[in-house]
Write a protein that binds this ligand. Structure first.
Ligand code: GAL
Length: 500
C-alpha cells in the first residue's frame, strides 16, 4: 500500500505555461469533446429480465460495509430506463461523443457465450441508436470493472481462462453492436482495477492478495487486450473499420529532488509503464525497471520465482503494437522521491519510490484528487516524446464535489476543467501533441465505487433520494455548452462577465 505524504514545501513545477496568447485556447476543429460514464455506475436494472449477476452486484450486496455509505448500483441513475433523457442531456451540451461501457453479465447471463440475452443486446442497441439519432458518437468500453460473478468466483482476472472468456464476450459485442461503433476501449484502467480488486479489497471481487494478485491480474489483462485487438483485426476490421485501444489511468509524477530527476519516470513506469511498455514500446514486455525491482524483492522474500509473471517471447511479440490510439484517464499528479535499496527489505513498495503532494494544491472531494493542471500538459508531452507521437484519446478527466451538497454552482469544477483543458490546448496548439479526444468524467453524478454516492463527479446533479432520479444541470453545463459552441476556452470569470 502506498503512503502519500502531504508536504508544505514549495517546489516550482517545471512547466508553468505562459498562454495569455488566446490562439492557444482555440479548440481545434478535429478535437472531439465528450463525456463518459460506465455501466455499473449509472445503469441500475441490476436484475432485469435475464441479466446475470456481476462481481459488483455480489460485492455491494454481500460486503456493503466496504462501501462508504453502504450503497450499491442496484438502481444508480436508473439509466437503464432513462437513457433517452441522458442522451438528450448530452445533446444539450453539444458533446461530440459519449463514452459508455457494456455490462458483460447483461448480455451474457451465464457469463459465457453459450447464451446471449436478446434484451441485453437490445438495450445497448437502443442506447447507441439514440446517440446516433442525436449526432453523438458512441465510444464503447468492453470492461469497466464489472465481470460476471461466476467468473469472479473463479478468480476473476487472476485466472488465465478469462482471456478466452473475455474474447468470446468481445466477439459477441462486435458482432451485435460493431456495425454501429467506431471507437472501442478494451479495458478501463487495468492498473487501478488490478490493484484495488486483487491486491486489496476495495474493488470487487476484493481478493486481497497484496503484491501477487495485481500482477497476475495485469498479466491476464494484457493477454486479453491483445487477443481481442487481434481478433477484431482478423474478424471485423474489414467490415466495421473501427479503432481499438486501452485506457490507462495516468497521473503525472514530478521528481521532487533535482539530484534524482529519474524518480518521476520510475513512478510512471511502475504505475503506467506496467501496461504501456508491453503494448506501446519498441521492445515490448514489462518496463525493465519494474522487472528488476519486483524480481529482487521476490528473491529477498524467499519466492522461488518472481511475483511478476514472465511473458514468453511469443506473447511479447503478440501483445506489442496492439493499439490504434493511446487512451488515457488523467486527474491528478504527485511528487516522487527515491527510497534507497535496502539489502534486507529490498525495494520500498516494489517501486523504490515514495509519493507526496503539496498542501497548497487545491483538492476535490476525493482524497486523491489534488488539482495540478501542469501535470496534464507534462503527461501529454511525455507520451508524445516517449511513445512516438501517437494519437491520444483522453478518455476521462473530471472533478468531484461532496455528495451531501447539491453544488449546483460548481465553480470549482469549472475552474478545474478550465485549467486542465488550458494545459491540454497548449500541449496541442503549441507543442504539437496529437490529442484527438477529450472526455469529461462524468455526465451524471453516479455510484463512485467504494465511495458510494458520497463523491459526485457529474456536470448534472442526480437526486438519488427521489425515485425519478431527477437530473439538474450544474453551472458547468452552461459553461461547457458555451466552450463547445464557440470552440474557445474561457475562464469562469470571462463566462460570468458575458453570460451571468
Ligand atoms: C476512474 C474510473 C471511473 C470513475 C473515476 C472517478 O478511475 O475509471 O469509473 O470512478 O475514476 O473516480
Amino acid at each position: 500500500m502506498k503512503i502519500i505524504i502531504v508536504t508544505t514545501c514549495l517546489i516550482i513545477l517545471p512547466c508553468l505555461i505562459k498562454c495569455e496568447d488566446k490562439s492557444f485556447l482555440k479548440i481545434p476543429n478535429n478535437l472531439k469533446i465528450g463525456a463518459a460514464t460506465s455501466a455499473y455506475q449509472i445503469e441500475g436494472g441490476w436484475n432485469t429480465s435475464d441479466k446475470g449477476q456481476s462481481n459488483w452486484d455480489d460485492f455491494t450486496h454481500s460486503k456493503s460495509h466496504l462501501i462508504l455509505d453502504g450503497s450499491n448500483g442496484d438502481i444508480a441513475c436508473d439509466s437503464f430506463n432513462k437513457y433517452k433523457e441522458d442522451v438528450q442531456l448530452l445533446k444539450n451540451v453539444g458533446f461530440n461523443h459519449y463514452r459508455l461501457s457494456i455490462n458483460w453479465a447483461r448480455i451474457l447471463p451465464t457469463g459465457f457465450a453459450n447464451k446471449i440475452s436478446k434484451e441485453g443486446i437490445q438495450y445497448y442497441k437502443n442506447v447507441i441508436d439514440e446517440l446516433h439519432s442525436q449526432g453523438i458518437e458512441p465510444f464503447v468500453t468492453l470492461f469497466h470493472w464489472d465481470i460476471p460473478n461466476v467468473i469472479a468466483k473463479m478468480g476473476g482476472w487472476t485466472n488465465e481462462l478469462i482471456v478466452d472468456y473475455f474474447t468470446d464476450y468481445a466477439r459477441v459485442v462486435f458482432r451485435e453492436l460493431g456495425p454501429k461503433v467506431k471507437v472501442w476501449i478494451t479495458l478501463n484502467e487495468p492498473n487501478v482495477d488490478c490493484s484495488e480488486a486483487y491486491d486489496k479489497e476495495t474493488h470487487a471481487p476484493g481478493l486481497n492478495m497484496p503484491g501477487i494478485g495485481s500482477y497476475m491480474c495485469g498479466h491476464n489483462m494484457l493477454k486479453a487486450h491483445a487477443r481481442v485487438y487481434r481478433m477484431y483485426q482478423e474478424e471485423f476490421k474489414k467490415t466495421q473499420n473501427g479503432i481499438l485501444g486501452i485506457s490507462i489511468s495516468s497521473s503525472y509524477w514530478f521528481s521532487k529532488n533535482k539530484n534524482e530527476p529519474e524518480s518521476g519516470d520510475i513512478a510512471f513506469q511502475n504505475g503506467c509503464g506496467w501496461f504501456l511498455n508491453p503494448i506501446f514500446s519498441k521492445d515490448g514486455d514489462y518496463p525493465p525497471i519494474m522487472r528488476k525491482r519486483i524480481d529482487e524483492n521476490s528473491k529477498l522474500e524467499g519466492h522461488p520465482k518472481s511475483r511478476l509473471p514472465v511473458f514468453s517471447p511469443e506473447w511479447i511479440e503478440y501483445i506489442k503494437g496492439t493499439f490504434d490510439y493511446f487512451g488515457v484517464n488523467h486527474y491528478s499528479s504527485r511528487y516522487t522521491e527515491n527510497v534507497p535499496y535496502n539489502n534486507i527489505t529490498g525495494w520500498y513498495d516494489d517501486t523504490g519510490i515514495i509519493e507526496s503532494v503539496n498542501q497548497s494544491w487545491p483538492r476535490g472531494a476525493s482524497s486523491w484528487l489534488y488539482v495540478v493542471p501542469e501535470g496534464i500538459g507534462e503527461l501529454l508531452r511525455k507520451i508524445k516524446n516517449d511513445y512516438n507521437n501517437p494519437p491520444i484519446y483522453i478518455l476521462e478527466n473530471g472533478y468531484s464535489n461532496y455528495g451531501n451538497e447539491t453544488n449546483i454552482n460548481d465553480i470549482n469544477r469549472i475552474d478545474y476543467l478550465y485549467s486542465y483543458m488550458k494545459e491540454m490546448l497548449v500541449a496541442i496548439n503549441r507543442d504539437g501533441c496529437n490529442v484527438k479526444a477529450y472526455t469529461v468524467w462524468s455526465v451524471l453524478d453516479n455510484f463512485e465505487w467504494s465511495k458510494g454516492y458520497t463523491e459526485r463527479f457529474g456536470i448534472y446533479h442526480v437526486d438519488f433520494n427521489h425515485e425519478n432520479r431527477t437530473r439538474t444541470p450544474r453551472l458547468s453545463v452552461a459553461w461547457l455548452t458555451e466552450v463547445i459552441r464557440s470552440k474557445q476556452l474561457i475562464s469562469f470569470d470571462e463566462f460570468k462577465a458575458k453570460f451571468m
